[in-house]
Design a protein. Structure first.
Length: 255
Protein backbone atom coordinates (compact mmCIF):
# COMPACT_ATOMS: atom_id res chain seq x y z
CA UNK A 1 0.00 0.00 0.00
CA UNK A 2 2.78 2.44 0.91
CA UNK A 3 4.69 1.61 -2.27
CA UNK A 4 1.62 2.18 -4.40
CA UNK A 5 0.94 5.46 -2.65
CA UNK A 6 4.40 6.93 -3.31
CA UNK A 7 5.07 5.30 -6.70
CA UNK A 8 3.86 8.29 -8.80
CA UNK A 9 6.12 10.70 -6.87
CA UNK A 10 9.08 8.35 -7.14
CA UNK A 11 8.53 8.00 -10.89
CA UNK A 12 8.32 11.78 -11.23
CA UNK A 13 11.54 12.22 -9.25
CA UNK A 14 13.36 9.66 -11.41
CA UNK A 15 12.19 11.42 -14.57
CA UNK A 16 13.31 14.84 -13.27
CA UNK A 17 16.68 13.40 -12.23
CA UNK A 18 17.24 11.63 -15.57
CA UNK A 19 16.28 14.78 -17.51
CA UNK A 20 18.71 16.81 -15.40
CA UNK A 21 21.54 14.32 -15.94
CA UNK A 22 20.87 14.17 -19.69
CA UNK A 23 20.83 17.95 -19.93
CA UNK A 24 24.00 18.52 -17.90
CA UNK A 25 26.16 15.45 -18.55
CA UNK A 26 27.56 16.83 -21.83
CA UNK A 27 28.59 20.12 -20.20
CA UNK A 28 30.08 18.28 -17.22
CA UNK A 29 32.10 16.05 -19.54
CA UNK A 30 33.31 19.08 -21.53
CA UNK A 31 34.48 20.83 -18.36
CA UNK A 32 36.46 17.79 -17.20
CA UNK A 33 37.88 17.16 -20.69
CA UNK A 34 39.16 20.71 -21.22
CA UNK A 35 40.59 20.95 -17.72
CA UNK A 36 42.60 17.78 -18.40
CA UNK A 37 43.74 19.02 -21.82
CA UNK A 38 44.77 22.35 -20.24
CA UNK A 39 47.13 20.46 -17.95
CA UNK A 40 48.60 18.26 -20.70
CA UNK A 41 49.37 20.62 -23.61
CA UNK A 42 47.13 23.71 -23.61
CA UNK A 43 48.59 25.54 -26.62
CA UNK A 44 48.16 22.54 -28.90
CA UNK A 45 44.61 21.69 -27.84
CA UNK A 46 43.57 25.33 -28.19
CA UNK A 47 45.19 25.78 -31.61
CA UNK A 48 46.36 22.50 -33.13
CA UNK A 49 47.68 24.24 -36.25
CA UNK A 50 51.03 24.64 -34.48
CA UNK A 51 52.52 21.22 -33.77
CA UNK A 52 55.91 22.02 -32.22
CA UNK A 53 54.88 24.15 -29.21
CA UNK A 54 56.58 27.24 -30.64
CA UNK A 55 55.40 29.98 -28.26
CA UNK A 56 56.16 32.83 -30.67
CA UNK A 57 54.19 31.18 -33.46
CA UNK A 58 51.35 30.57 -31.03
CA UNK A 59 51.23 34.23 -29.98
CA UNK A 60 51.47 35.40 -33.59
CA UNK A 61 48.61 33.11 -34.58
CA UNK A 62 46.37 34.91 -32.10
CA UNK A 63 47.36 38.30 -33.53
CA UNK A 64 46.80 37.15 -37.10
CA UNK A 65 43.41 35.60 -36.35
CA UNK A 66 42.11 38.71 -34.59
CA UNK A 67 43.19 40.85 -37.55
CA UNK A 68 41.80 38.42 -40.14
CA UNK A 69 38.54 37.44 -38.45
CA UNK A 70 37.55 40.63 -36.61
CA UNK A 71 39.43 43.79 -37.55
CA UNK A 72 39.36 43.18 -41.32
CA UNK A 73 35.74 41.95 -41.43
CA UNK A 74 33.72 44.46 -43.48
CA UNK A 75 30.41 43.73 -41.75
CA UNK A 76 31.93 44.10 -38.28
CA UNK A 77 33.73 47.31 -39.28
CA UNK A 78 30.43 48.81 -40.43
CA UNK A 79 28.62 47.84 -37.19
CA UNK A 80 31.17 48.28 -34.38
CA UNK A 81 33.32 51.11 -33.07
CA UNK A 82 36.01 48.73 -31.84
CA UNK A 83 37.86 51.16 -29.56
CA UNK A 84 34.69 52.00 -27.62
CA UNK A 85 33.01 48.59 -27.69
CA UNK A 86 32.65 45.75 -25.20
CA UNK A 87 33.19 42.21 -26.47
CA UNK A 88 32.44 38.75 -25.11
CA UNK A 89 34.84 36.03 -26.22
CA UNK A 90 33.37 32.55 -25.70
CA UNK A 91 36.05 29.88 -25.24
CA UNK A 92 39.07 32.09 -24.64
CA UNK A 93 41.34 29.22 -23.58
CA UNK A 94 44.61 30.58 -22.19
CA UNK A 95 44.13 33.92 -23.95
CA UNK A 96 45.59 33.21 -27.42
CA UNK A 97 43.24 35.72 -29.07
CA UNK A 98 42.14 37.60 -25.92
CA UNK A 99 45.47 39.41 -25.81
CA UNK A 100 44.87 41.05 -29.19
CA UNK A 101 41.14 41.49 -28.76
CA UNK A 102 42.02 43.46 -25.61
CA UNK A 103 44.31 45.73 -27.61
CA UNK A 104 41.47 46.67 -29.96
CA UNK A 105 38.40 46.82 -27.69
CA UNK A 106 37.52 48.92 -24.65
CA UNK A 107 36.28 46.00 -22.52
CA UNK A 108 36.66 42.23 -22.93
CA UNK A 109 34.72 39.50 -21.12
CA UNK A 110 36.71 36.34 -21.82
CA UNK A 111 34.99 33.13 -20.69
CA UNK A 112 35.94 29.47 -20.76
CA UNK A 113 34.48 26.22 -19.41
CA UNK A 114 37.86 25.19 -17.97
CA UNK A 115 38.98 26.78 -14.67
CA UNK A 116 42.54 25.71 -15.51
CA UNK A 117 42.44 27.56 -18.86
CA UNK A 118 41.15 30.69 -17.12
CA UNK A 119 43.94 30.44 -14.54
CA UNK A 120 46.54 30.21 -17.32
CA UNK A 121 44.98 33.17 -19.15
CA UNK A 122 45.02 35.33 -16.04
CA UNK A 123 48.70 34.53 -15.54
CA UNK A 124 49.64 35.22 -19.17
CA UNK A 125 47.70 38.48 -19.47
CA UNK A 126 47.87 39.88 -15.94
CA UNK A 127 48.87 43.30 -17.29
CA UNK A 128 45.62 43.72 -19.25
CA UNK A 129 43.27 45.70 -17.01
CA UNK A 130 40.44 45.74 -19.58
CA UNK A 131 40.09 41.93 -19.80
CA UNK A 132 37.88 40.12 -17.29
CA UNK A 133 38.41 36.34 -17.29
CA UNK A 134 35.43 34.29 -16.13
CA UNK A 135 34.61 30.57 -15.79
CA UNK A 136 31.39 29.35 -17.41
CA UNK A 137 29.49 26.12 -16.89
CA UNK A 138 29.25 25.59 -20.65
CA UNK A 139 25.75 27.01 -20.86
CA UNK A 140 25.07 30.11 -18.78
CA UNK A 141 27.29 33.09 -19.53
CA UNK A 142 28.43 34.90 -16.37
CA UNK A 143 27.75 38.46 -17.53
CA UNK A 144 24.75 40.75 -17.32
CA UNK A 145 21.94 41.25 -19.84
CA UNK A 146 22.72 43.61 -22.74
CA UNK A 147 26.39 43.90 -21.72
CA UNK A 148 28.19 43.20 -25.01
CA UNK A 149 28.37 45.15 -28.26
CA UNK A 150 29.98 42.12 -29.89
CA UNK A 151 30.11 38.37 -29.19
CA UNK A 152 32.87 36.32 -30.81
CA UNK A 153 33.90 32.67 -30.74
CA UNK A 154 36.38 30.70 -32.85
CA UNK A 155 37.20 26.95 -32.77
CA UNK A 156 34.92 26.49 -29.74
CA UNK A 157 31.32 25.74 -30.81
CA UNK A 158 32.79 23.12 -33.17
CA UNK A 159 33.47 21.02 -30.05
CA UNK A 160 29.94 21.19 -28.63
CA UNK A 161 28.62 17.61 -28.66
CA UNK A 162 24.90 18.24 -29.28
CA UNK A 163 22.37 20.78 -30.50
CA UNK A 164 21.00 21.28 -26.97
CA UNK A 165 24.32 22.83 -25.89
CA UNK A 166 24.52 24.91 -29.08
CA UNK A 167 21.04 26.33 -28.54
CA UNK A 168 21.56 27.00 -24.85
CA UNK A 169 24.60 29.09 -25.70
CA UNK A 170 22.80 30.91 -28.52
CA UNK A 171 20.00 31.89 -26.14
CA UNK A 172 22.66 33.27 -23.80
CA UNK A 173 24.35 35.15 -26.64
CA UNK A 174 21.00 36.80 -27.40
CA UNK A 175 20.57 37.71 -23.73
CA UNK A 176 23.97 39.36 -23.29
CA UNK A 177 24.02 41.20 -26.63
CA UNK A 178 22.98 44.83 -26.65
CA UNK A 179 19.98 45.61 -28.83
CA UNK A 180 22.24 46.94 -31.59
CA UNK A 181 24.92 44.31 -30.95
CA UNK A 182 26.31 41.74 -33.36
CA UNK A 183 27.84 38.26 -33.05
CA UNK A 184 30.30 36.28 -35.14
CA UNK A 185 30.65 32.60 -34.24
CA UNK A 186 32.31 29.66 -35.98
CA UNK A 187 30.61 26.26 -36.05
CA UNK A 188 31.65 22.86 -37.41
CA UNK A 189 30.73 22.54 -41.08
CA UNK A 190 31.88 18.96 -41.62
CA UNK A 191 31.41 15.71 -39.73
CA UNK A 192 34.22 14.88 -37.29
CA UNK A 193 36.65 12.21 -38.43
CA UNK A 194 36.96 8.89 -36.62
CA UNK A 195 33.97 6.90 -37.88
CA UNK A 196 31.58 5.43 -35.32
CA UNK A 197 34.03 6.18 -32.51
CA UNK A 198 34.39 9.89 -33.33
CA UNK A 199 32.27 10.89 -30.31
CA UNK A 200 35.17 9.77 -28.11
CA UNK A 201 37.71 12.01 -29.86
CA UNK A 202 38.75 15.17 -28.02
CA UNK A 203 37.84 17.33 -31.03
CA UNK A 204 34.34 15.89 -31.58
CA UNK A 205 31.39 18.22 -32.14
CA UNK A 206 28.03 18.45 -33.86
CA UNK A 207 28.13 19.78 -37.44
CA UNK A 208 25.76 21.72 -39.71
CA UNK A 209 25.07 22.71 -43.28
CA UNK A 210 24.53 26.40 -44.01
CA UNK A 211 20.78 25.85 -44.18
CA UNK A 212 20.64 23.95 -40.90
CA UNK A 213 22.64 26.64 -39.11
CA UNK A 214 20.40 29.37 -40.49
CA UNK A 215 17.35 27.45 -39.24
CA UNK A 216 18.80 27.14 -35.73
CA UNK A 217 19.56 30.86 -35.55
CA UNK A 218 16.06 31.78 -36.74
CA UNK A 219 14.48 29.28 -34.34
CA UNK A 220 16.27 31.04 -31.46
CA UNK A 221 15.07 34.48 -32.62
CA UNK A 222 18.41 35.54 -34.08
CA UNK A 223 18.78 37.22 -37.46
CA UNK A 224 21.48 35.80 -39.76
CA UNK A 225 23.39 38.49 -41.65
CA UNK A 226 25.88 36.17 -43.31
CA UNK A 227 26.56 32.43 -43.20
CA UNK A 228 29.61 31.18 -45.05
CA UNK A 229 32.52 28.72 -45.06
CA UNK A 230 36.19 29.67 -44.99
CA UNK A 231 37.16 26.03 -45.55
CA UNK A 232 35.49 22.62 -45.51
CA UNK A 233 35.33 22.45 -41.70
CA UNK A 234 34.86 26.07 -40.61
CA UNK A 235 31.29 27.35 -40.92
CA UNK A 236 30.74 30.96 -39.84
CA UNK A 237 27.64 32.89 -38.85
CA UNK A 238 27.36 36.64 -38.40
CA UNK A 239 24.05 37.53 -36.78
CA UNK A 240 22.15 39.96 -34.58
CA UNK A 241 19.03 39.97 -32.43
CA UNK A 242 15.75 39.48 -34.24
CA UNK A 243 13.00 41.55 -32.66
CA UNK A 244 10.20 39.92 -34.64
CA UNK A 245 8.46 36.62 -33.88
CA UNK A 246 10.71 33.62 -34.57
CA UNK A 247 10.00 31.78 -37.81
CA UNK A 248 9.56 28.03 -38.02
CA UNK A 249 12.79 26.34 -39.20
CA UNK A 250 12.72 24.22 -42.34
CA UNK A 251 15.01 21.48 -41.08
CA UNK A 252 17.02 20.78 -37.96
CA UNK A 253 18.64 17.47 -37.10
CA UNK A 254 20.95 16.26 -34.38
CA UNK A 255 24.20 14.62 -35.53
Amino acid sequence: MIGARYAPNISKFIKILSDFMLKNSAKFFQKIKWDILARIRPNYFIYSGIKNDDENKYINSGCEDVQRLIIDDDILKSKIDFNNASVLEIGCGNGRMSQFIGKNFKKVYAVDISPRMISLARQRLASFGNIEFLVTDGGKLPIQNNAADFVFSYIVFQHFPNIRMIEENLKEVKRVLKNDGIAKIQFRGKVSTGGLFRIFKWYYGVFFSEEELSDILIKNNLKPLKIYKTNEKELWAIFEKNFGAPKQPTCIKDN
